[in-house]
Ligand binder design. Structure first.
Ligand code: NAP
Length: 248
């Protein structure tokens, strides 16, 4: 795939979908900022794998819920590289409970980690990208942001918010040469879904037209496409990567 930009920050790329996105983008020649919150050793391993394959990477750690830390991290990248061409807001959490048992702090912790952090990342990257009149941002939402799900009112609200917010950024940034898109993965095999009981996984697979969970690499390829020059006239789009679930 062709990329006119040079570097990318992928939040939450110490493992799971983010790690695959980081490796995929490095394979297309971008310098990748591999990001972690607690998994410094895992982030180093992702960087080592990228470099062993001939790519360029750096590691950066911060909590995306900490606005000042996110702002500082973008500054660190600009001080080092002079630019930020691409951002993938991928870091995310779940904290599942039925709504009647969900405390407001359980709700807000997921909103802060998944939605507010994404807002800060979009806003801060837009500030630096507009100086070069170039940039592309992909926000990793979820199929749950489109459908809702029992036990996930917090997660669904955060991911639905990401979809709508991405469209709003896309409109505001369109004349600045910056594109904003989101990806809505279905059920993808990572540590986030590994915790589900086997009967729940079987039930989910039965509802997927392709009858299997997705691989993180399949989300990474779709993300790379939206970031790349090949998607130059696509902005505000929500790309489903879900094996055919939720086709409506
Ligand atoms: P994962 O395996 O649990 O990895 C989450 C990543 O996010 C880790 O690198 C983690 O860093 C980082 N992270 C979490 N909270 C953070 C915070 N407050 N500050 C900084 N980093 C933080 O998750 P995943 O399954 O790869 O999911 C990645 C994204 O895809 C998430 O946004 C998720 O909602 C979305 N998604 C996943 C699925 C799925 O089926 N797996 C489906 C739809 C959407 P540390 O480990 O270093 O703490």
């Amino acid at each position: 795939m062709k990329f006119s930009g040079n570097n990318v920050l992928v939040t939450g790329s110490s493992r799971g979908i983010g790690a695959e996105i980081a490796k995929t983008l490095a394979g297309f020649g971008l310098k990748v900022w591999v990001h972690y919150r607690s998994g410094a050793a895992e982030a180093d391993a992702v960087k080592d794998a990228i470099e062993a394959a001939g790519g360029k990477a750096a590691v950066i750690g911060f909590d995306v819920s900490d606005e000042a830390a996110f702002v500082d991290a973008i500054k660190t990248i600009i001080d080092s590289d002079g630019e930020l061409s691409y951002l993938v807001n991928n870091a995310g959490i779940t904290n599942d409970k039925l709504a009647l048992r969900m405390k407001t702090e359980d709700f807000m912790s997921v909103i802060n980690a998944n939605l507010t952090s994404c807002f800060v990342g979009c806003r801060e990257s837009m500030k630096v990208m507009r100086k070069k009149k170039f940039g592309s941002v992909v926000n990793i939402s979820s199929i749950i942001g489109e459908t809702g799900n029992a036990g996930q009112t917090n997660y669904a609200a955060s991911k639905g918010g990401v979809i709508a917010m991405t469209k709003s950024f896309a409109i505001e940034a369109a004349t600045s040469g910056i594109r904003f898109n989101s990806v809505t993965p279905g059920f993808i095999a990572t540590e986030m879904t590994e915790v589900l009981a086997d009967d729940i996984k079987d039930g989910i697979n039965a509802k997927i037209p392709m009858k299997r969970m997705g691989a993180a690499s399949e989300v990474a390829e779709a993300t790379a496409f939206l970031l790349s020059d090949h998607a130059s006239y696509i902005t505000g789009e929500t790309l489903k990567v879900n094996g055919g679930m939720n086709m409506a």
